[in-house]
Ligand binder design. Structure first.
Ligand code: FE2
Ligand code: FE2
Length: 196
């Protein structure tokens, strides 16, 4: 199983040094780290716009946040829905099954949250607005806050339980499928998010 390094770098969130698709759960955790870094960038962007308005650095940061959550986050959710959640729903303990059902609901809410949150960010990126309103702030808060508990539950409960259930051959196939889905022209089209 190999992933062309140049192409891997094109996928936001999948350029973690020292982590490869042969360790799929490490890749999933690397994606969480990038989610958290991109949410931190979003927080700095909001402070910057409040203090300085929507200048070029703000527009670039908005483009970086948009690129990450438009491209990499859906791929990450699909990784989990294909490989992590099904074995837990089929063979997990009752409390784990209930948690996975909530994680799946979170994914649906995150799609709706992002559809709302990306509107003010796109307006910033396009130079169509100079400030974020209180309503924009509420939408961005809701989007960011849902991730905190979600990531914690995945890393502390779902990932350990799923990796315990999956044999090595299945883990290898999981990593290959994750790598393969990131080699499509659509997935790689928009280029990397700047490291921050
Ligand atoms: Fe998730
Ligand atoms: Fe996740």
């Amino acid at each position: 199983m190999t992933t062309p390094p140049a192409l891997a770098r094109q996928i936001p969130g999948f350029n973690a040094p020292g982590v490869g698709f042969e360790q799929p759960f490490a890749m999933l955790e690397a994606c969480h780290e990038r989610v958290q870094r991109t949410l931190a960038l979003l927080g700095r962007l909001r402070d910057h716009v409040r203090d300085h308005g929507a200048d070029e650095p703000a527009r670039q940061a908005a483009r970086d946040v948009l690129r990450y959550f438009d491209i990499a986050a859906p791929l990450h959710h699909e990784d989990e829905e294909r490989h992590v959640f099904p074995p837990l729903l089929a063979r997990g303990a009752a409390d784990v099954v209930a948690l996975v059902q909530r994680l799946l609901q979170d994914h649906h809410h995150m799609v709706a949250d992002w559809a709302a949150a990306r509107q003010p960010l796109q307006a910033l990126a396009d130079g169509r607005c100079d400030a974020l309103s209180a309503a924009d702030a509420a939408v961005l808060d809701r989007f960011a806050e849902r991730y905190a508990r979600h990531i914690k539950d995945e890393e502390h409960v779902a990932y350990p339980a799923a990796s315990h259930l999956l044999p090595d051959a299945t883990l290898q196939a999981m990593g290959q499928e994750m790598a393969g889905r990131r080699q499509s022209p659509v997935a790689g089209r928009s280029g990397p998010v700047s490291p921050r």
